[in-house]
Design a protein around this ligand. Structure first.
Ligand code: SAH
Ligand code: ZN
Ligand code: ZN
Ligand code: ZN
Ligand code: ZN
Length: 481
């Protein structure tokens, strides 16, 4: 069965988050997620468990129907498989290896490119047929440049920040007064913080990297790296790592923690948001009681077209105009100005006015919106916002009473703005909503279906009660961890 391309509900699969994952079957990536196929008409199919981290069968082919009973033999085979897929070394062993590696004379320091492994003196023989390169001390401090980026599009593709973007992120959090950065899937930011600390020029910043890519365990001690899956809040090293996070989230002597995360874009928004809530909850539990309704400061880096889905899960986040740049990103398009445009933005619960976007890169402050915006994002006096999401200059439609993409035109027969070559029949939707049969909207926007992906307008109506309930549910779900 092909479960490729699972993505919240947009591609026809919905993730069902359960309060308790102790009885959930496990793949090599921790507890699996429960999926439900949703048909065009809103009808649901048989539920099944699949891997939380890999959306490609090649990486993890775990599959089990929710109501399926497994034979002893299959259960045993699963235990064996989960063991086989473990990293070759424990985090403790990796750290011990690092100490040994550091003490090697320079001409014996080797890195095996085939195995992506720092080699100890007695190991070169085993890797004789591999490509092994000498390693300078400086390279050891830049693992994100040394390691080959994982390039699996569907699971853990690694898109690394450019130097200016990494610097912008670090400068931003430092300016805001944060001195502890939880790097969740942001190895390059973690790396820059570590480098700056070595430099000794600025006040030291603490950083903890949580990532599923265990190759990083070779370069950092256990208090700097945890092998972690952000789709199911799973620590591969269980107790030890989870304690490291707990400790990191504690703010003593004026420490201030911020989380910066850049998850894989193919990822499911709902389970990600759930894990971030668990982390935020753990942070809250460390706070004094009077600040218990404040959320943990966070920056979630994700493409702008996920805005509605992110805000549905996290109504307190605001999308900023800053375009996150990557060294190896295929999503880049050349904008009109000849400048590379990235669709990736920051979503944050930090007051937007406090995040200064660089003037030299074309951002300005909009006093009305009280946030920094991209130069082409012109303030609309009728909508009273800077409306552009995609970096292009949007235009106001007086019939729709809102700003729309520059390529759109108002269509008389549809009664709304759309691309000039759209097909009117389709956008009108002969059958209307598959959920409640109303002709006025599609299933995705149906106000009667709580789990539907809601557009920005409907969200407001449903948010307060739902988010309160969701919040309670989350607290229950995280408390066991
Ligand atoms: N721009 C970032 C890298 C983002 S790429 C930087 O330059 O630092 C996505 C990151 O998330 C990668 O480091 C990848 O290893 C990690 N990742 C992918 N799937 C993950 C998962 N399920 N759990 C935790 N981390 C994951
Ligand atoms: Zn898996
Ligand atoms: Zn090798
Ligand atoms: Zn407008
Ligand atoms: Zn219009």
């Amino acid at each position: 069965m092909d479960t490729g391309g699972l993505g919240d509900s947009c591609l026809g699969y919905e993730v069902i988050l359960t309060d308790d994952d102790t009885s959930t079957p496990r793949c090599p990536h921790g507890p699996t997620l429960l999926f439900e196929k949703v048909g065009k008409r809103g009808e649901t199919g048989r539920r099944f468990y699949a891997c939380s981290a890999c959306r490609d069968r090649k990486d993890c082919n775990f599959f089990q129907w929710e109501d399926e009973k497994l034979s002893e033999a299959r259960l045993l085979a699963r235990v064996v498989e989960n063991k086989r897929r473990k990293p070759p070394f424990s985090q403790q062993q990796y750290y011990a290896r690092l100490q040994q590696f550091i003490s090697l004379p320079l001409d014996e320091k080797k890195f095996c490119q085939d195995c992506q492994l720092l080699l100890l003196a007695d190991e070169t023989g085993t890797h004789a047929a591999h490509v092994c390169v000498p390693l300078a001390a400086a390279q050891l401090r830049r693992p994100s440049r040394l390691l080959r980026p994982l390039d699996n599009k569907k699971s853990n593709a690694q898109y690394l920040f450019t130097e200016p973007t990494t610097r912008f992120l670090l400068d931003t959090v430092v300016t805001l007064g944060f001195n502890k950065v939880l790097c969740l899937g942001t190895p390059r930011l973690h790396e820059l913080i570590m480098l700056e600390n070595l430099d000794g020029k600025a006040k030291p910043i603490k950083s903890l990297l949580l990532d599923i890519d265990f190759r990083y365990a070779q370069f950092y001690g256990q208090d700097k790296f945890c092998h972690y899956n952000m789709f199911n809040h799973h620590f591969f090293d269980s107790e030890a790592s989870s304690a490291v996070l707990q400790d990191f989230l504690r703010e003593s002597n004026g420490e201030k923690v911020v989380m910066v995360t850049d998850p894989p874009f193919g990822g499911l928004v709902k389970p990600l948001a759930n894990s971030f809530s668990c982390i935020s909850q753990a942070w809250k539990n460390q706070q004094s009681s009077d600040s218990s309704n404040v959320d943990m400061p966070m920056i979630w880096i994700f493409p702008y077209f996920f805005e509605a889905r992110i805000l549905d899960c996290f109504p307190s986040l605001i999308m900023l105009d800053y375009q996150v740049a990557y060294d190896n990103h295929s999503l880049y398009k050349h904008g009109k100005t000849g400048r590379k445009q990235s669709p990736v933005r920051l979503f944050t619960n930090i007051t937007p006015a406090e995040i200064v976007l660089p003037k030299e890169e074309g951002y300005r402050f909009c006093a009305v919106c009280a946030r920094y915006v991209w130069s082409l994002n012109k303030h609309c006096n009728k909508c009273n916002v800077c409306p552009s999401k995609d970096g292009r200059q949007w235009k106001h439609c007086s019939v729709c009473e809102r700003c729309v993409k520059p390529s759109w035109q108002h269509c008389q027969s549809c009664g709304r703005c759309a691309l000039p070559d759209h097909s009117c029949d389709q956008s009108r939707g002969k059958e209307g909503c598959y959920n409640c049969a109303s002709p006025g909207h599609k299933r995705k926007a149906c106000p009667l279906k709580a789990s539907a992906v809601m557009g920005p307008h409907r969200r407001k109506v449903a948010s307060s009660r739902h988010s309160r309930e969701k919040k309670k549910k989350k607290e229950r779900a995280c408390s066991k961890k």
